[in-house]
Design a protein around this ligand. Sequence first.
Ligand code: NDP
Length: 598
Amino acid sequence: MSTVAGVGLDREELRERYRVEREKRLRADGTDQYVRIAGEYAHFEDDPYVAPGFTRPPRTDDVEVALIGGGFGGLLTGARLHQLGVEDVRIIEKGGDVGGTWYWNRYPGIACDVESYVYIPLLEELDYVPVEKYSRGEEIQAHCRRIAEHFDLYRNAMLQSRVTEVRWDEGVRRWIITTDRGDAIRARFVTLANGFLQKPKLPGIPGLATFRGRAFHTSRWEYSYTGGDARGNLTGLVDKRVGIIGTGATAVQCVPHLGAAAAHLYVFQRTPSSIDVRANRPTDPDWAGLLEPGWQQRRIENFQVLTAGGWSEEDLVADGWTDITRKLLSVSVQQGNPDLSPEAIAEMLETADFLKMEEIRARVDELVADPATAEALKPWYRQFCKRPCFHDEYLQTFNRKNVTLVDTRGRGVERITEDGVVVDGTTYELDCLIFATGFEVGTSYSRRAGFEIVGRGGRTLTEHWANGVRTFHGIHIHGFPNLFMNSTAQSALTVNFPYLIDLQARHAAWTIAEALARDIGEVEASAEAEAGWVDEVVTRAARSAQFSEGCTPGYYNNEGTADAKSRQGTFFFGAPTEYAEILETWRAEGTMEGLECR
Ligand code: NDP
């Protein structure tokens, strides 16, 4: 028996258990197991947060910069442009307000479990300190509105406007943006900030369309039916049998509220999440009062370093996210003078991971009374195979008499009927079925965005990316002048998305401001610069492929079917601070190397 760090865990046994659990979940249809929200399913994407009947006359004017998407991507790019004196900016947003993720996701219990002081951007600039260590969704959405107001981004914004195409017009050297409101806006620069996890997906379960009760996706919560609000109190469900499919980060947050309200709640689980301690607490006013200028950026960078497995004397955030790194350090200290070969480091990482996951599994036994239910709620994979979750009421919800965990043992729901959900031949009759089944990742960019981007010579982005994503710095694309991506593809891997978004926002804003100042008509990635970045990403992705291939399926590894093409579209795979340094150095040099300036 090869024991782990002298604590009696059998390394081979754990590896084998993880492998078996992964095998159970692998499916030949990979990402095709999900159905596209269109046609008979189109209503699953309707905006429940706006009054119906909004109209306005079409617009055909000019703007310097169009920001497609009013989430953190559009807002931060707008803010950074404003700081550089570029004011002729327009956000074009399909929702009824800014906020993106925080506009759409309003389900009961919604909160962010990345610490608010590092997650919420521009705190110092806007003189705001969040009220809790982990913010609720409403507070973050309100902060999005605060950013839009502070940087004057509402004045020119077009809300409830869904982009239908973005096309480069060679004649006028402008992008033409058309929308479902009949608009044709001309923009000199465009930032695509239409979001990463934004296109809801539904599982292609047989009978999906036949259910006669109420059904909706968590990102379009129907409070008109459930009653209550993001804080719970779902009075409309007191006499309802409710089912929820999915047990990812979203379900973990809303299940306690559903359990508290529904006559009966059935939670249909395919793979359990890892649920660590959350320990939220109000912000200490004394602490907030002593914060010194520059505190937020220092805290953000400290968190980036630690969550990327780097070394820092201090751990300012000190929570579940940084705990894995602390465990790793303690393993290496236990080993005295550790061997630092790549193999030895990989083994130490695995050891730290085993220790962490044992702790997570022990927590389930501590909190869940019924042993069979507890067993079913234990995750058997490495912590970062799926998004780790943090919650202090989720597991206890399964101790309620009106809550049943229906564990599908990795297979997923068998069938949906007019009356409910079938698992192992048993029908669970339901009045309401909620899909906590996540968002499209790994489908084509234009499918997720909902529009095509047509660049120089009429070439579409779909054509340009037919064999895999191609960018320079994860931001510029050859053949698409004056266009900037704000996206995870080929950019830094971080658990704190606004950090990445802001890096790209600053970079795009700087490039636009420089192009305007230097009177450059077009900036576009050269074919060579793009090829160089793609090669770098592919090389780095190959190094981490082994980890991801050993993982249980999910959107992190293209449902366990990650191939060279899909790996090319993933992150840049370095510490996020390394990505930041690459961009900062490039800007400091000021030569715009890799861009063709015309
Ligand atoms: P996920 O994609 O993480 O979860 C989808 C869930 O649906 C999984 O449990 C999946 O099971 C399940 N599922 C899919 N198909 C079936 C099926 N046929 N039968 C049964 N179950 C099925 O989506 P979420 O919305 O939960 O989270 C998306 C992301 O949003 C997170 O990863 C995180 O990045 C972010 N987020 C962050 C939050 C936070 O800060 N706390 C809160 C919420 C979301 P399986 O695992 O087997 O595929």
